[in-house]
Ligand binder design. Structure first.
Ligand SMILES: *[C@@H]1O[C@H](CO)[C@@H](O)[C@H](O)[C@H]1NC(C)=O
Ligand SMILES: *[C@@H]1O[C@H](CO)[C@@H](O)[C@H](O)[C@H]1NC(C)=O
Ligand SMILES: *[C@@H]1O[C@H](CO)[C@@H](O)[C@H](O)[C@H]1NC(C)=O
Ligand SMILES: *[C@@H]1O[C@H](CO)[C@@H](O)[C@H](O)[C@H]1NC(C)=O
Ligand SMILES: *[C@@H]1O[C@H](CO)[C@@H](O)[C@H](O)[C@H]1NC(C)=O
Ligand SMILES: *[C@@H]1O[C@H](CO)[C@@H](O)[C@H](O)[C@H]1NC(C)=O
Ligand SMILES: *[C@@H]1O[C@H](CO)[C@@H](O)[C@H](O)[C@H]1NC(C)=O
Ligand SMILES: *[C@@H]1O[C@H](CO)[C@@H](O)[C@H](O)[C@H]1NC(C)=O
Length: 453
């Protein structure tokens, strides 16, 4: 049993074969089913009782359900996997384990909403909600399907990402549809965080990477491991590891773990005391996350960046991004504060209200250390701050001018992208143009309306 040379590599390589070779006896028999019910949806529980598999009612809706796996012993019932985030199941939907098809989720009308795809001709022996939070569909001597191979937004201790596997954030706190942020263990061995341009699949430049790709001088990554003790690492071809998490300040004996790509794009490791012996303060605590500053971590060229277009990303005390529209701009979708902002005006090139001086139409908000680095269309230098402001004021293309480094003036146009508060900008000023209240020309006659200037 002792392999002094590469014990880690050995155990990692052997693990999948091990579980396949053993005959695992699940206690969910073929034909068994679960139903999405208003009060009492039943579920399949892991041997220890830590995890459950079944239906969870969506909070914002009385009648829609997710087929999910969750931590069952804690009051939050935190979801760690779900099948149908893009396609919630109506009341009365049914999950059944079929001998020839595996798991099938169907609506009360019999429409198939989701299924665990198993290879043709394979025969299902049973199912198992195992103690690690992995639901397995078992054949006579192999695992035909397992939730661990199809992660959604969360991975759990003992879970491994092979090359090509993806963890996708949900869309928002309350929407389980697929969001834009992704953790990808690439085929080149690099582990990256990136965004896609919804509704397409276009992958943007990563905003975090482990740098474990093939081709570098060191040995390339072969798999991404979340081990039993709560450590996250890329395991390399030569058996060495690239450790993401340093010391984990919680023991797996007393704490649950999960690592989640949150909808704000941060990838975080959380711990939660298994028992609430200390009263009500038992909750998920973030013990590690990347990137350190998601607002300034990268520039993404064909996308809005972390926040929406024309928005500004700032980091809160927990390392989480906050997105805010600047003055004169508002959210296009008021329910999505991570979304795009639109100006409450259009920049007129003097044609809208001829003869009205720009000074009467526009004003500037001065923001310190704010930048939209990729929206430049002109650099003017040497310029004073006043020249910079005036140039932008009278330029109907200009939405914001950045005055920095003593005499440099960058004029920028819409849409502004990758907006961020960046302390590294050394007091640089963003002069943001906005439209003053509606301009009503002053009329020197009796029709003058009150309260309008
Ligand atoms: C569900 O529970 C609520 C409150 O306990 C009750 O009013 C309702 O009748 C129940 N519905 C069903 C279908 O049992
Ligand atoms: C829920 O299920 C339990 C056990 O199956 C049953 O005793 C109880 O009456 C059910 N409650 C409701 C509200 O249906
Ligand atoms: C499977 O076994 C576990 C633990 O022994 C038990 O809690 C659970 O209810 C069983 N599930 C079914 C469907 O029999
Ligand atoms: C319901 O809301 C609670 C509290 O906001 C949250 O912890 C839980 O994850 C939510 N569950 C679902 C299925 O949305
Ligand atoms: C068990 O698996 C092996 C290898 O996948 C296969 O060759 C064999 O036929 C299987 N045995 C049964 C009984 O399915
Ligand atoms: C998990 O990985 C860490 C870091 O490599 C290691 O110290 C620890 O022993 C590992 N735990 C297990 C159970 O293998
Ligand atoms: C709370 O936890 C601390 C140490 O973690 C322990 O010393 C203390 O007795 C606990 N209090 C209660 C009420 O369990
Ligand atoms: C646009 O926003 C600015 C700044 O918030 C405000 O002063 C102005 O009245 C708004 N204009 C319109 C047309 O809402």
């Amino acid at each position: 049993m002792s392999f002094p040379l590469f014990p880690l590599l050995f155990s990692l390589i052997l693990l999948p074969f091990f579980s396949d070779a053993q005959t695992i006896v699940g206690n969910i028999t073929t034909g068994a089913s679960l139903t999405a019910a208003e009060n009492n949806s039943s579920s399949w529980i892991s041997p220890s009782g830590d995890f459950a598999f079944g239906f969870r009612k969506l909070n914002n809706s009385q009648n829609l359900f997710l087929l999910a796996i969750w931590y069952d012993k804690i009051p939050e019932k935190t979801l760690v996997w779900y099948a149908n985030g893009d396609n919630p199941a109506p009341l009365g939907s049914k999950l059944q384990l079929y001998a020839d098809k595996g798991l099938v989720l169907s609506s009360p009308q019999g429409e198939q909403l989701w299924s665990s795809e198993i290879r043709d001709g394979a025969l299902v022996n049973g199912g198992l909600m195992d103690g690690n939070g992995n639901f397995m569909v078992l054949g006579s001597n192999s695992t035909l399907w397992e939730s661990f191979k199809f992660p959604v937004d969360t991975i759990l201790p003992t879970q491994i990402l092979d090359k090509g596997m993806v963890v996708s954030a949900k869309q928002s706190e309350t929407s389980f549809a697929m969001g834009r942020s992704r953790l990808v263990f690439q085929s080149d061995g690099n582990l990256v965080l990136t965004t896609i341009n919804l509704p397409s699949e276009h992958l943007n430049e990563p905003y975090y990477a482990t740098g474990t790709a093939a081709g570098a001088s060191s040995s390339p990554g072969v798999r991404f491991v979340f081990n039993e003790s709560g450590y996250l690492f890329v395991s390399r071809e030569n058996g060495e590891i690239y450790l993401l998490t340093q010391r984990i300040p919680a023991s797996a004996k007393d704490f649950y773990f999960r690592a989640t790509v949150d909808f704000d794009g941060v990838f975080a490791l959380y711990s939660h005391p298994k028992s609430a012996s200390n009263g009500s303060d038992a909750k998920w605590t973030s013990v590690w996350f990347v990137p350190d500053n998601i607002c300034t971590a990268s520039l993404v060229s064909a996308s809005s960046g972390v926040c929406g277009f024309n928005s500004i990303c700032s980091l809160d005390d927990d390392g989480r991004p906050t997105c805010a529209c600047p003055k004169g701009y508002s959210l296009i979708d008021p329910n999505n504060k991570y979304g795009d902002c639109r100006p409450n005006f259009t920049l007129s090139c003097g044609d809208e209200q001829p003869g009205v001086p720009a000074e009467d139409l526009y004003d500037f908000e001065v923001l310190i250390n704010v930048d939209w680095p990729l929206a430049d269309y002109a650099l003017l230098e040497p310029f004073t701050e006043n020249q910079c402001r005036n140039s932008c004021l009278h330029d109907c293309m200009c939405s914001v001018a950045i005055f920095r480094l003593g005499d440099k003036c960058w004029k920028k146009k819409l849409p502004l992208s990758n907006g961020r508060v960046d302390p590294g900008l050394d007091g640089g000023k963003a002069l943001l143009k906005f439209r003053k209240g509606p301009y009503i020309p002053c009329q020197r006659n009796k029709n003058k309306r009150d309260g309008t200037v």
